[in-house]
Design a protein around this ligand. Structure first.
Ligand code: NAP
Length: 287
């Protein structure tokens, strides 16, 4: 496939950046977003605006969805005028949202009934990586379907890794975000202890950002604390969803993520009032 036409469903922080990246790389892009304003701003960059996911899918060789959660994904693929009703047999469908493994497998089976293959291809990386083509795609599904769309994913990502059959990408993404969620929650608790103990916060940060715990994630949180800017790159409410899905997948696998439950509790408390801010705003939650 050379320069296939691509439908992007969902133009939030991530989908919007991905659509812009494809447009600036010379692809024909047709977009659909539940709230139409976001589509219209991409039309200025050359995107075709579809009236429904079905219309977007009908005019595309590849359909990529990047929406909030399982409910949103169900809505864009299966809802009224959903994308599956418009796809042509042979199109490759890509689900890049962070979703439950159960739903991704169900969607994969439904795609087959329409003569299409679905790849679950969630990502690591955040807003700037989506806009600059530096995402890391974790792909589940058939290797042959991946080869059909690799040229497109390579424009969007610095890495495209095939992990196994349908659901493998979704599961690895949830494992990744389980650890990120626990790490961020424990750091937020550490900050509460710093403040309640009357320690000098800035001096403590100077220690912590230079110790072994200073992962890229923790460095990002510290940077947000210093600027007091929690404009979302990764909305906090989506972390609660990821922790919920990870706990549920672990139960299905007979594993127990004991540290995930208190992390989820902390994020759920933070989401009441801070849910639309960046996930790093968990440090602002009283805990
Ligand atoms: P976002 O900015 O909140 O955008 C969410 C998108 O989903 C919007 O297009 C929204 O449409 C759409 N949506 C929500 N509910 C819907 C529904 N019921 N029906 C149809 N569309 C619906 O989120 P994001 O940050 O782009 O994240 C998108 C996905 O990528 C999520 O699964 C997230 O976990 C994952 N992810 C995010 C990041 C990150 O750093 N942001 C990184 C990796 C993975 P409206 O505009 O109409 O609300």
């Amino acid at each position: 496939m050379s320069k296939p036409r691509i439908a992007i469903l969902g133009l939030g922080i991530m989908g919007g950046g991905m659509a812009t990246r494809l447009l600036s790389s010379g692809f024909q892009v047709v977009v659909f977003n539940r709230s139409r304003e976001k589509s219209l701003s991409l039309a200025k960059d050359g995107a075709f605006v579809a009236e429904s996911p079905k219309d977007a899918a009908a005019s595309a060789d590849i359909v990529l969805s990047m929406v909030a959660d399982d409910n949103a994904s169900r809505a864009v693929w299966l809802g009224e005028n959903g994308a599956l009703a418009g796809v042509s047999a042979g199109s490759v469908l890509i689900e890049s949202s962070t979703l439950s493994v159960g739903w991704v497998k169900e969607l994969s089976a439904l795609a087959s009934q329409h003569g299409c293959e679905l790849l679950d291809a969630p990502v690591t990386g955040t807003k700037p990586h989506a806009a600059s083509g530096e995402l890391f795609f974790m792909v589940g599904g058939s290797a042959s379907a991946l080869e059909k769309v690799r040229s497109v994913l390579s424009v969007l990502g610095r890495e495209v890794l095939h992990l196994g059959p349908a659901g493998s990408g979704a599961l690895v993404k949830l494992i990744n975000n389980f650890v990120c969620g626990v790490e961020a929650a424990s750091f937020a608790e550490a900050m509460t202890l710093v403040d309640k103990s009357g320690l000098d916060r800035e001096k403590c940060l100077a220690v912590l950002e230079n110790s072994a715990l200073a992962s890229p994630l923790i460095k990002r949180i510290i940077s947000r604390m210093r600027t007091n800017d929690y404009t979302p790159n990764f909305p906090l409410k989506l972390m609660t969803k990821d922790l919920r899905y990870a706990i549920s997948e672990a139960q299905n696998a007979g594993a127990s993520l004991k540290t995930a439950a208190p992390a989820l509790e902390l994020f759920q408390q933070a989401a009441e009032g801070l849910g639309d801010l960046d996930f790093s705003a968990v440090v602002k939650s009283p805990g």
